[in-house]
Design a protein around this ligand. Structure first.
Ligand SMILES: Cc1cc2nc3c(=O)[nH]c(=O)nc-3n(C[C@H](O)[C@H](O)[C@H](O)COP(=O)(O)OP(=O)(O)OC[C@H]3O[C@@H](n4cnc5c(N)ncnc54)[C@H](O)[C@@H]3O)c2cc1C
Length: 323
């Protein structure tokens, strides 16, 4: 079994940034990724546009060239793929990390779906996009209910209920309506989310105002059946609508069970904040680090690519200092 200086879990943008820093420092590292390269981005809606400009998505100071100021999914895939290829990063794809065991003397044994590794340090850069926040209502597991949205075509000429009022829900509602879907939104609060991209917000607000997209504010989805949905509306009145598909775009969360299995303490009172030092990114387990959006716990809006790229530098500098 080969000894690694660092094993990085996850080949998202921040896992890649960690690998670049490790490579620069001459450390022996490996990324283990359970899916495709930048798997979360690969699973984003086909026509999404990032809210960040291209320069803010760059890693390792490698320029991200793009015609429009804000890139889309396809350009981001091209960019991160070319970074990984050019830097010849050590990455094992389609290999899932299942256990991280701290050794009594030094380092960790990491068990994956394919192999066993010994590493002095482990960086968990596993993001939050793998686990949807479920509504826990009857009918949620019906095949017509989706927690991920890919593209509008399958929803054309259908009655769609979109649950949520943030970027994913708003983008899906507008795209589907524009292709001829009959869209209704059910929104827990009294308005469209404040974080919705500034150039998209007036669009959805105006479509709702003119009645092109129907929206129930201060409302909650109660039940889904094969042909209908039941909604509790603001006046506490329950209404039943005909329905073909439900897009429950209610957000995502990190895999807390996995973090706890690795030994990371989770503060249930503080938005499930996973214990780590904000300067070094080291968790309560010496040698085990967190990087990227996983660091926010349930506060998934705290970190994004542009402000968490720096985690890679912090971690590798600290590892070099303590050696
Ligand atoms: C629709 C959408 C739009 C966004 N737009 C922006 C934006 O414009 N600007 C911005 O800065 N941020 C944006 N974000 C936030 C940010 O881009 C993403 O969350 C980003 O992917 C975070 O990078 P990461 O490397 O921390 O995690 P991720 O990219 O999620 O990478 C985590 C990786 O870990 C892998 N993994 C998980 N568990 C295991 C395991 N057990 N074993 C092996 N591998 C594992 C996953 O498969 C995944 O590839 C957006 C997010 C979403 C959902």
């Amino acid at each position: 079994m080969k000894d690694l200086d660092i094993l990085i879990i996850g080949a998202g943008p921040i896992g890649l940034a960690c690998a670049i820093e490790a490579q620069k420092a001459g450390l022996n590292y490996l990324i283990v990724e359970k899916g495709a390269l930048v798997n979360s981005l690969f699973n984003y809606p086909l026509f999404m546009t990032f809210f960040s400009t291209a320069d803010r998505l760059e890693i390792g100071n490698i320029p991200f060239m793009c015609l429009a100021p804000k890139p889309g999914r396809q350009e981001a895939l091209e960019y991160y793929r070319s970074v990984a290829n050019n830097k010849k990063l050590n990455i094992n794809l389609y290999e899932k990390v299942e256990k991280v065991k701290k050794q009594l003397d030094e380092g960790f044994i990491v068990l994956t779906s394919k192999a066993e590794y010994k590493a002095k340090n482990v960086i968990v850069a596993t993001g939050f996009y793998d686990i949807p926040i479920y509504m826990d209502i009857p009918g949620e597991t019906l095949p017509k209910v989706r927690h991920y949205y890919k593209e509008p075509h399958e929803y054309v000429m259908q009655k769609i209920l979109v649950v949520g009022a943030n970027n994913s829900a708003v983008d899906a509602a507008l795209e589907i309506w524009r292709k001829g879907g009959d869209v209704t939104m059910v929104i827990r609060g009294d308005k469209i989310g404040d974080r919705v991209k500034y150039w998209v917000k007036p669009d959805i607000e105006n479509r709702i105002k003119e009645g092109s997209i129907k929206a129930y504010f201060n409302s909650e989805l109660l039940e889904i059946t094969d042909k209908e949905v039941k909604i509790k509306t603001a006046g506490k009145e329950t209404i039943v609508l005909e329905n073909d598909f439900v897009l429950a775009l209610t957000g995502f969360r990190p895999n807390f069970e996995m973090l706890q299995n690795f030994g990371v303490e989770i503060n249930q009172q503080e938005q499930c904040f996973p214990a780590h030092n904000l300067e070094t990114m080291e968790t309560n387990i010496p040698g085990l680090f967190l990087a990227g959006v996983v660091c926010g716990g349930l506060n998934t809006h705290k970190w994004f690519i542009e402000n968490s790229r720096v985690h890679a530098v912090k971690i590798v500098e600290y590892i070099l200092r303590k050696n």
